[in-house]
Design a protein around this ligand. Structure first.
Ligand SMILES: C[S@@+](CC[C@H](N)C(=O)[O-])C[C@H]1O[C@@H](n2cnc3c(N)ncnc32)[C@H](O)[C@@H]1O
Length: 435
């Protein structure tokens, strides 16, 4: 169903699309999929698409606060879910933020009311939308103070998430939670086969794209730009990859001629990096056929080759029995270390997910270990902050399999500032004994 009565360049149109996406997230769908469905329904032009996306992502970073305000401002929980989504999006646009307020407050109120009035499912509540948002503007200071002592409103994470971070990182938990609410940088990885960092920084400067180095092959753009505007992107000169994720391929220490397995490979960020490092014979495995296609697209752009296999890394049907010299196990996890890029994750996960995922990844690791040749190395990676999925998993794995643990960064906490800017990843490197 589309809402053709709204102008596609109006804030009302973008608010309505974002509200539907937020409603879908509340029902358990990941935000990228929720937005894809909304884009199918609304067929927005590119600018409105961008605006819907911005509003929905901003709302995810302010949802705890917006929902706490709503429970004070509305006499009963707003229903249906789309109405709740619309109010959360409008409030999120008016809440204090680090960056510039993207719209005038009275425009937000006016456009939220217009959005409600043109949608049959929520038109009955347009008076309520007007009343709630205007009351927020009138009583803002008092209301914000009133909800300020609720942890979910103060930090914009579910209470169990805050408690888990606090318990695992008693002296760093506030910085970690703040980092997860910041806007993520656009970080590029230089393809060493095609250029080097300083030459690439010069080509960015020549196009007036401000950027700074973050590591030997990592460059951070001051302001994100669409990939089509990134010099050399289409030709594979650079890839988009967080600076912490760029540590994986060098840690695995691949050499020309090695047989390498990238066991949970899609969408292929680390696959491409491994292939940039040396001339290797690489098998890229993933259980998800759709995601496997994205590896293919990435490798075509980089003009590099791997053998792509769909299969379960916890089983062996796809394996030809030839041992690997190196294995990268970037296992499925809660993704609690990359919430600044995926701010919906905190609202979608449940406390028990870490245990469930850790059980699966323990099976994956044990299975891959038997595919490693003597003296071979296996790099275990997660983008999680939960010790259950990371350090505890690594320690238990080493003990079960008698694996030698080599030097690796361990738990990297998300950080921004002082020349650093990266997600929260975990690295453990193991070597099999030479028989
Ligand atoms: C953290 S992502 C990998 C990211 C990738 N290494 C990169 O750098 O772009 C984990 C991947 O594991 C895949 N996966 C989940 N369970 C799997 C299994 N049992 N066997 C193989 N792949 C699996 C998921 O489809 C997902 O693509």
């Amino acid at each position: 169903m589309t809402n053709s009565s709204l102008k596609h360049d109006s804030l009302a149109f973008s608010l309505l699309g974002a509200a539907r996406a937020v409603a879908r997230v509340k029902a358990g769908t990941a935000l990228p999929q929720a937005l894809a469905t909304v884009f199918d329904q609304f067929s927005p032009p590119p600018q409105a698409r961008g605006a819907m996306q911005d509003i929905a992502y901003r709302t995810m970073r302010r949802l705890g606060q917006a929902e706490a305000l709503l429970s004070t401002l509305a006499s009963k929980p707003p229903s249906p879910a789309e109405l709740h989504g619309l109010l959360c999006c409008a409030l999120a646009l008016m809440l204090p933020s680090d960056g510039d307020a993207p719209y005038e407050e009275f425009t937000v109120v006016d456009q939220a009311v217009t959005a409600a009035s043109t949608d049959a499912a929520i038109a009955h509540a347009k008076g309520m939308v007007n009343a709630v948002l205007r009351r927020f503007l009138r009583e803002r200071a008092g209301l914000l103070q009133q909800i300020g002592d609720q942890p979910a409103a103060r930090w914009n994470y579910p209470k169990w998430w805050i408690d888990t971070v606090r318990q695992a990182y008693p002296s760093q938990w506030e910085g970690i939670l703040n980092a997860g609410n910041s806007a993520p940088p656009l970080t590029l990885r230089i393809n060493r086969r095609k250029t080097d960092r300083d030459a690439y920084l010069q080509s960015l400067a020549a196009r007036d794209i401000a950027a700074s180095p973050l590591g030997p092959f990592a460059v951070r753009l001051e302001k994100p730009v669409p990939v089509a505007q990134i010099p050399g992107f289409a030709e594979g000169m650079v890839s988009v990859q967080d600076a912490a994720a760029q540590l994986a391929a060098p840690l695995l220490d691949v050499q020309d001629g090695m047989r390498v397995l990238d066991a949970c490979a899609a969408p292929g960020g680390k696959t491409g990096h491994l292939l940039e490092q040396a001339d290797i014979d690489l098998v890229a495995l993933d259980s998800d056929a759709q995601r496997l296609k994205r590896i293919d697209e990435n490798l075509q752009r980089l003009q590099l080759n791997a053998t792509l296999r769909q299969g379960d890394a916890a089983a062996g049907q796809w394996w030809d029995g030839q041992p690997f010299d190196r294995i990268l196990a970037d296992v499925p996890c809660t993704a609690s270390g990359i919430v600044r890029r995926h701010p919906d994750i905190r609202w979608l996960r449940r406390k028990g997910d870490a245990l469930q995922l850790a059980t699966l990844s323990a099976r994956i690791l044990d299975n891959l270990w038997r595919m490693l040749r003597p003296n071979g190395k296996l790099l275990f990676v997660t983008c999680s902050l939960w010790p259950q999925e990371s350090e505890m998993q690594a320690a238990a794995f080493a003990k079960r399999n008698g694996a030698l643990r080599l030097q690796a960064p361990g738990q990297l906490l998300p950080v921004a500032g002082n020349g650093q800017d990266h997600d929260g990843l975990f690295y453990a490197l193991f070597q099999k004994s030479g028989l």
